[in-house]
Design a binder for this molecule. Structure first.
Ligand SMILES: C[S@@+](CC[C@H](N)C(=O)[O-])C[C@H]1O[C@@H](n2cnc3c(N)ncnc32)[C@H](O)[C@@H]1O
Length: 286
């Protein structure tokens, strides 16, 4: 079966309106494969019939299920390694010195099933310069299903194998059936809440570090710009923004400058010369 043009158009428009994820022509196969399990579960004969029914009824639950099914939740522990090394060796020690014992706040703005915020929390616990400084990590995502998984903090051996060093597993996880659970000492520093990046952000206070990794890639340029403008407003003047390994802001938003001497895509808010003097984090051209 191939998804009909009408069903594809309905799904693409719905997903764009509710999440900003762009499903261009050519993504028919993706839509069909992601919606097939939902169609089966709903007892629909095929995806076209299922989409037709969702379009007719328009119940918030069914619409949200379609949008969630089209999110890509790919993630892993300490993804790309380098950003977490920089967080531990440069960013957190600098912030700890600048904050003088005040709590450091981190936002993982598209946290999927939780590996990223827990990796941040573990990194903070393993940063000696943070002794005596508490770190709060907030993970948010559009997907309620992913947030439920993140809150449960339980991972299969297969998921654990994706990037978690053995020593970290032993130290920060405990057995849970045939899988593993994040220890309370780590989980206590992390909380999760729903947040759609294309809607106005709820009041969450100011963050010292924001992870916005591997999510902007799904949006068009205007949406990226809009999100980045609002992200700038909730980032401390000497705070930093982490993007995905291949993501860059050149030509998208001039309000940022890349941290010098780093291979990872790490940015801070660009301001004027006196801001350079104010902050202890040096920057360089992208
Ligand atoms: C590929 S994952 C990235 C996970 C993690 N940041 C990483 O780099 O490993 C992208 C996540 O973005 C979320 N997402 C997509 N559109 C979103 C939106 N409009 N608002 C919030 N989250 C969104 C998806 O649900 C998904 O969990």
């Amino acid at each position: 079966m191939t998804i009909s043009a009408e069903a594809f158009r309905f799904v693409a428009e719905l997903v764009r309106a509710e999440s900003a994820i762009v499903l261009d022509a050519g993504k028919e196969y993706l839509v069909e494969s992601r919606l097939s399990p939902l169609a089966r579960a709903a007892g629909a004969p095929d995806v076209n019939a299922y989409v037709g029914d969702v379009a007719k009824r328009r119940t918030p639950t069914a619409l949200a299920a379609v949008v969630e099914a089209l999110t890509t939740n790919e993630t892993s522990w300490f993804r790309d390694a380098d950003p977490f090394a920089t967080l531990q060796n440069r960013i957190l020690p600098t912030l700890a010195a600048a904050r003088g014992g005040q709590r450091i706040r981190v936002w993982c703005a598209a946290c999927s099933s939780g590996q990223e915020p827990y990796s941040v929390a573990i990194t903070a616990l393993e940063t000696p310069q943070l002794a005596g400084t508490s770190v709060e990590v907030i993970g948010t995502d559009l997907s309620q299903e992913m947030l439920a998984r993140a809150r449960a903090a339980e991972y299969s051996q297969l998921e654990i194998n994706r990037g978690l060093p053995a020593a970290t597993l032993v130290k920060h996880f405990e057995r849970s059936g045939i899988g593993w659970r994040v220890r309370p000492s780590v989980a206590a520093t992390v909380s999760f809440r729903p947040l759609n990046l294309i809607r106005p952000f709820p009041a969450m206070g100011r963050f010292d570090v924001i992870f916005l990794r591997n999510v902007l890639i799904y949006f068009d340029a205007q949406t990226k710009r809009d999100i980045l403008t609002r992200v700038r407003k909730v980032l401390a003047p000497d705070g930093v923004l982490f993007l995905g390994a291949a993501e860059m802001l050149t030509g998208i938003d001039d309000g940022w400058e890349r941290l010098s001497g780093e291979r990872s895509s790490i940015y801070r808010v660009r301001s004027d010369a006196d801001a350079e003097a104010r902050t202890p984090l040096r920057t360089g051209a992208a």
